[in-house]
Design a protein around this ligand. Structure first.
Ligand code: NAP
Ligand code: HSE
Length: 466
């Protein structure tokens, strides 16, 4: 190894770590040429040396399960954290920062919960944290948000940010596969988290949205600020009805500035139901800069750009006040796309420009104010509703009466022919309504003896014009 090589230490050597080791090995000459000096992977910290990097990409003598031995390795100014999770891994990251080492991480769970503290620690010790791989795998969305769109006030983000969920939804929609089969395939392909419930519950996307929204809106956002619903209870029937109505179902991560006129004002069309006195208080608390932050299965029109995003691909639509709509697209999960983002971060840190920018810009700062969010029940949206109804005279009248009493207007109704007296799926699409009013109405509908089980309710997302 050349004497001017830059030394890297890596924590974790699973799917992503294996990809990083592979790139550093196979593209050593290219990176040395781009950087003007070679990159040397000096030490790798794992839990089980025998199991790590079975492909032989890391020489055995570089592997250690001893954290003290790892941190005492000489000439290792950059630590790459690709172990995931919090707990001991987060203590390793703090240890690295306190020792004056730059950190490159793919760990959105850690950043969404501890970002401001970690960045404060990094600033204190005059080092950088680079985190491109934490959101949208190989797509450089963090770089775009931090630098490329810096001139813009960001008004909204709409993202497909979880490759596992997008893969499952694509396979269910296009190939008619079951949820369980598609999930097992996503795991085998290395897209899923070690605990895949993080993916399918929407939590992984919520963590990514928290990181993106902090950067985009300059406020402190953590995972708990994001209201989320996963794809784990989605039914194949809803995927089929979506197609019949001209929509696709995607798990969308959404962050939007919400203005007073868009919520909380009583109107018969929206079914908004708070007394004026409470509305005035709430609206002044929310002001005009509250954010709606949410992750949920969404009906999007089949012709929308995000509907074309399939498999493990991710995409992020950003609406900036000057640029208008931009969309980034690429592989959002998997070994080599994620390793691409990690290694790019290593090179950016090693070149020296990123640490300077990181110090100057107060990214994910502990000095930012806490985000103000709009409550989920104040969301105003169109909705798809599916219920199982007894096919007898008067059922539709009773259902529409409850919705009408709640100020909810219907835009489409769909029921396939069946024998009188049977239970059949009844699908309703509403005009814009306040979520709280709609859920209250569905509670009443569920009580009707002609309705079987709990009605399904999925938001229809109409993205702004280009
Ligand atoms: P993985 O395949 O489960 O690999 C994790 C590795 O870290 C394993 O080698 C594991 O060792 C090791 N590890 C875990 N805890 C450790 C500890 N306390 N000390 C030392 N080593 C430890 O996970 P992955 O898919 O590579 O994901 C790694 C990180 O990248 C996560 O933060 C994930 O969210 C993020 N990420 C993943 C993807 C993707 O597509 N997979 C994409 C973007 C971001 P053992 O095997 O011995 O447990
Ligand atoms: N499990 C994540 C996903 C990996 O499926 O998107 C990328 O962060």
């Amino acid at each position: 190894v050349s004497s001017n090589a830059i030394g890297i230490g890596m924590i974790g050597c699973g799917t992503v770590g294996g990809g990083v080791a592979k790139l550093l090995h196979e593209q050593a000459a290219l990176y040395a040429q781009r950087l003007g000096r070679p990159v040397d992977l000096r030490r790798v910290l794992v839990r089980d040396v025998a199991k790590a990097c079975a492909g032989g990409l890391v020489q055995k003598d570089k592997l250690t399960a001893d954290a003290d031995a790892f941190f005492s390795t000489a000439d290792m100014p950059i630590i790459v954290e690709v172990a995931g999770g919090r707990g001991v891994v987060s203590t390793y990251v703090r240890r690295a920062l306190e020792a004056g080492k730059h950190v490159v991480t793919a760990n959105k769970a850690m950043l969404a919960a501890e970002g401001p503290e970690l960045f404060a620690l990094a600033r204190k010790h005059k080092v950088a944290i680079a985190f491109e791989a934490s959101v949208a795998g190989g797509i450089p969305v963090i770089t775009a948000m931090q630098f490329g769109l810096m001139a813009n006030r960001i008004d909204a983000l709409y993202g497909i940010l979880n490759g596992t969920c997008n893969y499952i939804l694509t396979e269910m929609t296009r190939e008619g596969k079951s949820y369980a089969t598609a999930l097992a395939e996503a795991q085998a392909k290395g897209y899923a988290e070690a605990d895949p419930t993080l993916d399918v519950s929407g939590k992984d996307a919520a963590q990514k949205l928290a990181v993106l929204a902090s950067l985009a809106f300059g406020v402190s956002v953590n995972e708990s600020d994001v209201w989320n619903e996963g794809i784990d209870s989605l039914d194949l029937a809803d995927i089929r009805f979506a197609a019949e109505l001209g929509y696709d179902i995607k798990l969308l991560a959404i962050a939007e500035r919400t203005h007073r006129s868009e919520f909380g004002v009583p109107s018969s069309e929206s079914g908004r139901d708070l007394p004026d006195s409470q509305l005035a208080t709430r609206n002044s608390e929310l002001g005009t800069s509250a954010l709606s932050l949410r992750v949920h299965p969404s009906f999007i029109h089949a012709s929308a750009p995000l509907a074309q995003v399939r498999g493990s691909f991710n995409a992020l639509s950003v609406y900036g006040h000057a640029v208008g709509h931009t969309m980034s697209y690429g592989r959002g999960a998997g070994q080599m796309p994620t390793a691409s983002a990690v290694v790019s971060d290593i090179l950016n840190v090693a070149s020296g420009w990123y640490p300077l920018a990181c110090q100057a810009m107060h990214l994910l700062s502990d000095r930012q104010s806490r985000v103000q969010t709009v409550a989920a029940n104040d969301l105003v949206s169109r909705f798809y509703i599916r219920m199982t109804a007894l096919d007898v005279p008067g059922v539709m009248a009773r259902v529409s009466d409850i919705l009408g009493q709640s100020g909810i207007s219907l835009s489409a109704i769909l029921q396939h022919e069946a024998n009188v007296g049977q239970f059949v799926p009844l699908v309703i699409v509403t005009h814009k309504a306040r979520q709280g009013a709609l859920l209250d109405a569905l509670d009443q509908i569920e009580q009707l003896e002609v309705i079987d089980g709990k009605p399904v309710c999925i938001r229809i997302v109409d993205m702004p014009a280009e």
